[in-house]
Design a protein around this ligand. Structure first.
Ligand code: FEO
Length: 161
């Protein structure tokens, strides 16, 4: 059985993952609206991943005999600027999520909830990957500079995700 504190924290994280999904979906719309279909495709895939993260926690809360409490999802912005600005925001957002996961883990330690510590280890590893893939795209964009042809190539690459 989950403690009330863990249950509340996991429910907040379900909401945060759904808000992440919504954010990436808004970014996908922004990119596609600016003729960057590959960027949009990558962000749509990211949206799906975030829903997957939320569902993983959803299932875990139920498995531990907790109660799932879904909350309103914060509306994302509609404008995100240039592709470089979009991905700077993706990375900043993932760093924010990493901090949230770290706090959840610290709570699981304080609560002596060993099962939740093991469960959260998957998310800790996932955040390393999430930050690394956003950073890689930012670095590639820096290499492309303001060459339009390089941006078109990168858009094609991201479309392969
Ligand atoms: Fe669910 Fe991208 O963190």
């Amino acid at each position: 059985m989950l403690s009330k504190k863990m249950e509340d924290a996991f429910n907040d994280q379900i909401n945060a993952e759904m808000a992440s999904a919504y954010l990436y979906l808004a970014m996908a719309a922004h990119c596609e609206d600016n003729n960057l279909k590959g960027f949009g495709h990558w962000l749509r895939a990211q949206n799906n991943e975030e829903v997957g993260h939320a569902m993983k926690i959803f299932d875990y809360v139920l498995e531990r005999g907790g109660k799932v409490a879904l909350k309103a999802i914060e509306a994302p912005a509609a404008e995100f600027g240039s592709p470089a600005e979009v991905f700077a925001k993706v990375l900043a957002h993932e760093q924010h999520v990493t901090a949230r996961i770290t706090s959840l883990y610290e709570l699981a330690v304080a609560e002596k909830d060993y099962a939740s510590q093991i469960f959260l280890q998957w998310f800790i590893s996932e955040q390393v990957e999430e930050e690394a893939s956003a950073s890689e795209i930012i670095e590639r964009m820096k290499l492309a500079g303001d060459k339009g042809s390089a941006l078109v190539w990168l858009d094609k690459e991201l479309g392969k995700r």
